[in-house]
Design a protein around this ligand. Structure first.
Ligand code: NAG
Ligand code: NAG
Ligand code: NAG
Length: 403
């Protein structure tokens, strides 16, 4: 009797897909979370970048692709950037692959996350068969040659591919390609969080979002009051909110200053350790949440940023050795376009109606996101960061200045 119920429990655990990550995938998940903060800060220091959306686990898998195609330092620098020098090559690839398969599993996680990766090589390149196979297997990467002699149509071909592979959600990866003589990695993604408790689709209206003190745009805002993780950091004048996504395997953490200001001050505070401190101080309580219901499309060329984080050889025409891609030392990494369409919407699981009208929802704290904030999609199971970014300028018409 006891034995059979133990067997049954084991079976249930297997059926629910609640399998632990292998140890090397766990190490890579943890490392990619540290890498997330480094990459975010590297992007945030650029004056001309407003909105940021990066998926550290997807960038990590593109780095894995570089390691797969690279030799000597070109390959080993990938591990340095990911602080994974102790992980064996084969484990690097299988671990990154395992991690991404786990966190993007739409059945287990009820998430809409389409990820397409493509490696473009110049028309002169010939891809090694072995590389084509293993990059498809580990990184689900497609390959294509591209001829930049007609630049307009080459750029159009890239954007058409991205649009098609995101069902039209991401119409453009880039307007132009400066360096046309190397290999390009492109990530095209569409991500839509599915809340653990949905917003009511009718609780949406147009409000002003203050891009800065003297510039306001009109955006649809969705509103709901529920029980959420909340911390009011009165020392640093900011609010931290944690909203679970469906199946509670991941959540979105918002970090927002009390009032509209440039995010620089808050970004100076933002480390992985500080995030954990904020989360540890949270209480589960009633919060009246208002969030922009918007789509954010952002494309970053990460080539320079990855070089600044230590990937110096792959991007250097004179030094790069990507000969496992082409069989020759004829390639360098000229571009890494990382592009996402992220759709913030009302959809989610039906809410727990039993607490409606009870004391539990009384005196909610306000989280009114009408000015720039930072967000992270944190994964509980793997401890990785699925997305990290900031919303500074949502799409919307400029509102008339208030008198
Ligand atoms: C996704 O999760 C489901 C349910 O947990 C599981 O049966 C399936 O094997 C997983 N898919 C992949 C590709 O891991
Ligand atoms: C790279 O190519 C060499 C042979 O030139 C081979 O021994 C090695 O296994 C290849 N690495 C990968 C990751 O395919
Ligand atoms: C998520 O679950 C809802 C039901 O709660 C379902 O309608 C929806 O299709 C699911 N989405 C995904 C991406 O699995």
């Amino acid at each position: 009797m006891l034995v059979s119920s133990v067997v049954l429990l084991c079976l249930l655990a297997t059926v629910s897909g609640d399998k632990a990550l292998s140890s090397h995938a766990s190490i890579l998940a943890d490392n990619s979370a540290n890498f997330a903060f480094n990459l975010y800060h590297n992007l945030a220091k650029e004056k001309d970048i407003e909105n940021i959306v990066i998926s550290p686990v997807v960038v990590a898998s593109s780095l894995g692709l570089v390691a797969l195609g690279g030799k000597s330092n070109t390959a080993s620098q990938v591990k340095t950037v990911l602080s994974a020098t102790t992980v064996k090559d084969e484990q690097l690839h299988s671990g990154l692959s395992e991690l991404l398969t786990e966190v993007s599993n739409s059945t287990a996680r009820n998430v809409t996350w389409k990820i397409s990766n493509r490696l473009y090589g110049p028309s002169s390149v010939s891809f090694v068969d072995n590389f084509l196979k293993s990059s498809k297997k580990h990184y689900n990467c497609e390959h294509s040659k591209i001829n930049f002699r007609d630049k307009r149509s080459a750029v159009k071909a890239i954007n058409d591919w991205a649009s098609k592979s995101t069902d039209g959600k991401l119409p453009e990866v880039t307007k132009d390609v400066e360096k046309t003589d190397g290999a390009m990695i492109i990530n095209a993604m569409f991500y839509k969080p599915h809340w653990d408790e949905q917003f009511h689709h009718k609780m949406v209206d147009n409000r002003g979002f203050l891009v800065h003190r003297s510039y306001t745009v009109s955006v649809p805002m969705m509103h709901r009051t529920g029980i959420y993780g909340f911390f009011d950091d009165t020392t640093n004048n900011l609010l931290v909110l944690d909203m679970a996504l469906a199946h509670k395997m991941s959540s979105v953490v918002f970090i927002m200053p009390y009032h509209v200001e440039s995010l620089e001050r808050v970004e100076k505070l933002l480390t992985r350790q500080q995030l954990n401190t904020w989360i540890s101080k949270m209480e589960q309580r009633a919060v009246a949440v208002s969030l922009p219901k918007v789509s954010v499309e952002v494309s970053h060329n990460l080539q320079k940023h990855l070089a600044e984080l230590g990937l110096t050889e792959a991007v250097d025409k004179a030094k790069a050795d990507l000969s496992n891609i082409s069989g020759k030392k004829d390639l360098y990494l000229s571009n890494v376009f990382h592009a996402s369409a992220m759709e913030w919407d009302t959809e989610g699981n039906p809410p727990d109606t039993s607490i409606f009208g009870t004391d539990k929802l009384k005196n909610p704290k306000l989280f009114y996101a009408d000015h720039p904030f930072i967000f992270l999609v944190k994964d509980k199971k793997t401890n990785s960061i699925l997305f990290m970014g900031r919303l500074v300028r949502p799409k919307g018409d400029k509102m008339r200045d208030e008198l």
